[in-house]
Design a protein around this ligand. Structure first.
Ligand SMILES: [Zn+2]
Length: 139
């Protein structure tokens, strides 16, 4: 269970939020969306709960050349990431479609889900799903 507040390094209270945080890994900047964190409005220091594995997410993004990832912990899929540009509205639909299908998607295999008339192609690797391609359905 996550707490709503914790004491910041400056002595004030840092508040719990779920949002977007920018990181730098070497010379690469990586953005993590939907990341649970504590932020202090006095000194702007950001910290994380030990169960929020930021390092793993950053390592994964860096190794796969992803500049932006979505940090989620829902069911078996803890993270859905995109190798392509996807509108936020479509991302929500894709995430819903994948959550519904996650039991049918084998680990380490490519899959396709149909979502809003489009074929969404991706690969699952453990609890991380990478969306690689969106094919407009041809009628
Ligand atoms: Zn502070």
């Amino acid at each position: 269970m996550l707490m709503n507040e914790r004491t910041c390094i400056c002595g004030k209270m840092a508040k719990f939020n779920i949002g977007t945080i920018d990181f730098s890994v070497g010379k690469t900047s990586i953005v993590i969306h939907n990341l649970p964190h504590f932020s202090c409005e006095f000194c702007e220091y950001v910290s994380f709960d030990p169960e929020v594995n930021v390092d793993r997410a950053l390592r994964y993004a860096y190794q796969n050349g992803l500049k932006e990832i979505d940090f989620k912990k829902k069911g078996e899929v803890s993270m859905i990431t995109y190798k392509i540009d996807v509108a936020d509205e479509l991302k929500r639909e894709i995430e819903q479609a994948i959550e519904d299908k996650v039991d049918e998607i084998a680990d380490g295999e490519q899959f396709t889900v149909i979502c809003g008339g489009k074929a969404i192609c991706g690969t699952r690797s453990g609890d991380i799903v990478v969306i690689e391609r969106i094919v407009e359905k041809i009628l």
